[in-house]
Design a protein around this ligand. Structure first.
Ligand SMILES: [Zn+2]
Length: 264
C-alpha cells in the first residue's frame, strides 16, 4: 500500500527521508467522457492507479518502497472538451504555475524526486516543459510516468473486435471506471465516437482541422452528432478494467525502481 501524503502528521513528515522519497503526483482531469462514463473518469483512474501501483510494488517484494502519493490533481487541461457540459479546464499557464508552486513547496521541504503520473493525455505537454524547468530552476529530479498501457498486448486483447478508435471515453477507460465502481457507468446510454476530421484528412493529426485546432467535436456518432469520445464503450466490463489497470500499473514498476535508484 502506498501511503498518502495528506495522511501524515507534521511530525511524521519530519521523519520522512526527503532525499530518497518519491512524491507521486497523479494528474487527472474533470471532463466529459461520453454519455456513459463520469466526468471524473481520469481522476477515478488516477486514484485507482495509485492503489494498483502499491499492490504491484508489494508483488515484487517492495513493501517499504520510499514513495508518498500526493492528492490527485482533479482538474487538468481539457480545452478540447470545454463545449461539452460539465467539463472544467485550466488555462495552460495556470496549470503550469499551479504545479510549479506545488513543486517549489515540496523542494522547500527537501524533496528531490517528484514523479508525475499523467492520467490525462492533455496534461502531458505542460508537464514535459515544467519538468525541464523544475530541474533547471530547483535542481530537483522530476519524472513523468504515463498511466494507461493502451498498446500492451494484454490490454489490446480486452478491446472488442472492430473497435479500432478506442481511447478517450471508450471501452478501455469505461472498463477501468467499472473496475472501481460499476454504478458510476451508465453503459445503456453509451454511443460510439468516430474521428470525423481525421478521416477527412486521411491521417491521424493530433491537432486536426488547422483553423480551429483539435476539438473533441470532431469525434462524432455514426449519424454525425458530436460525441467527443474515441471508440465504442458498449463492450466495457469491470473484468476488462481490472486487466487494464493491473497491466498499466505493472509496466510502470521498472520505471519506479529506476527512480528509486536514481542518484541526484
Ligand atoms: Zn480520460
Amino acid at each position: 500500500m502506498i501511503r498518502n501524503y495528506r495522511d501524515l502528521t507534521r511530525l511524521e513528515m519530519e521523519q520522512v527521508d526527503k532525499k530518497e522519497t518519491i512524491i507521486l503526483i497523479p494528474l487527472g482531469a474533470l471532463e466529459q467522457h461520453g454519455n456513459q462514463a463520469p466526468l471524473g473518469t481520469d481522476d477515478i483512474i488516477a486514484e485507482a492507479m495509485v492503489k494498483y501501483l502499491g499492490e504491484e510494488l508489494e508483488a515484487v517484494g517492495e513493501k517499504d518502497f520510499p514513495i508518498l502519493a500526493f492528492p490527485v490533481i482533479p482538474v487538468g487541461l481539457s480545452t478540447e472538451h470545454k463545449n461539452f457540459c460539465g467539463s472544467i479546464t485550466f488555462k495552460p499557464d495556470t496549470y503550469y504555475h499551479m504545479l510549479y508552486d506545488i513543486c517549489v513547496s515540496l523542494a522547500h521541504h527537501g524533496f528531490q524526486k517528484i514523479a508525475f503520473l499523467v492520467c490525462h493525455g492533455g496534461n502531458a505537454p505542460v508537464v514535459q516543459i515544467l519538468s525541464r524547468e523544475l530541474r533547471s530552476e530547483l535542481g530537483i529530479s522530476p519524472f513523468i510516468l504515463s498511466s494507461g498501457a493502451f498498446s500492451h498486448p494484454d490490454v489490446k486483447a480486452t478491446i472488442s473486435e472492430g473497435n479500432i478508435w478506442d481511447f478517450h471515453g471508450g471501452e478501455m477507460e469505461t472498463s477501468m471506471v467499472m473496475a472501481v465502481d460499476e454504478s458510476l457507468v451508465k453503459l445503456e446510454t453509451s454511443e460510439a465516437g468516430r474521428p470525423e476530421a481525421f478521416m477527412q484528412n486521411k491521417t491521424l493529426l493530433p491537432y486536426g482541422s488547422v483553423s480551429i485546432g483539435w476539438v473533441s467535436e470532431d469525434w462524432k456518432t455514426e449519424d454525425g452528432r458530436p460525441i467527443g469520445i474515441g471508440g465504442d464503450p458498449s463492450g466495457a466490463t469491470a473484468e476488462k478494467g481490472e486487466i487494464i489497470l493491473r497491466t498499466s500499473a505493472k509496466v510502470l514498476i521498472p520505471g519506479l525502481l529506476e527512480i528509486r535508484n536514481w542518484k541526484n
